[in-house]
Write a protein that binds this ligand. Structure first.
Ligand code: OGA
Ligand code: NI
Length: 210
């Protein structure tokens, strides 16, 4: 499952104190390898589609805000990724235990930012979509180096912004309702698994592609 599970209390503490926490070497190697090849297969099969935003259906506006392509994960369909879902379940349980919550659902997608794309500063909770509690991203960029771009810039309240490198198998958790963040322009293809721990499940009709 998740590596370094013994540190989870420390990590949850940091999440509570600073609204975010970065966890390196998140997935164990065999899950990671599996996810990386699954991602490549979905690209190969042309299964990623242009991401939308909230209520805006205007593709030109979307282009100016975010440029990623996504593939929503589905436990029933994506049976080869059950170990990944186990890790996500495990993280959900840890969050529930530490914060005395009863989160019972999540939604995750693969995200690909092609060269030249970004996601402007935003919050993951917004009007009409306020059931996202914790945002969770696992980066999948082998050999990422300075200059490749695509860093996550976060704006913790009352503190200087920080820039987080999207390194292979690095996970970031943050509060979806308070932490402003943006994806800086990527200078090469940038891959991640991105998702949200949900307060209640979302009726399908309420998902406009976000
Ligand atoms: C998002 C987002 C950040 C990242 O998808 O809402 O902010 O680092 N992603 O991929
Ligand atoms: Ni976001």
């Amino acid at each position: 499952m998740i590596n370094k599970i013994s540190l989870w209390e420390e990590q949850m503490d940091l999440l509570a104190q600073q609204d975010y926490v970065v966890i390196d070497n998140f997935l164990n190697n065999n899950i990671l390898e599996n996810v990386v090849s699954f991602f490549d297969a979905k690209i190969e099969e042309d299964k990623l589609t242009k991401a939308a935003i909230g209520s805006t259906g205007d593709s030109k506006i979307i282009e100016e805000i975010r440029g990623d392509y996504t593939y929503w994960l589905d436990k029933a369909r994506d049976q080869n990724e059950l170990l990944l879902f186990d890790s996500l379940d495990e993280m959900q349980q840890l969050i529930n235990r530490f914060f005395f919550l009863s989160l019972s659902d999540y939604e995750f997608h693969l995200a690909l930012y092609p060269k030249g794309t970004f996601y402007k500063k935003h919050l993951d909770q917004f009007q009409g979509r306020n059931n996202r509690m914790i945002s969770m991203i696992i980066y999948l960029n082998e050999n990422w180096k300075l200059g490749d771009g695509g860093e996550l810039k976060i704006y913790p309240e009352g503190k200087e912004p920080s820039v987080i490198e999207p390194l292979m198998n690095r996970c970031i958790l943050f509060r979806s309702d308070t932490l402003y963040h943006e994806v800086l322009t990527s200078n090469c293809d940038r891959k991640s698994i991105t998702g949200w721990m949900l307060y209640q499940s979302t009726p399908l009709a309420a998902i406009p592609g976000v």
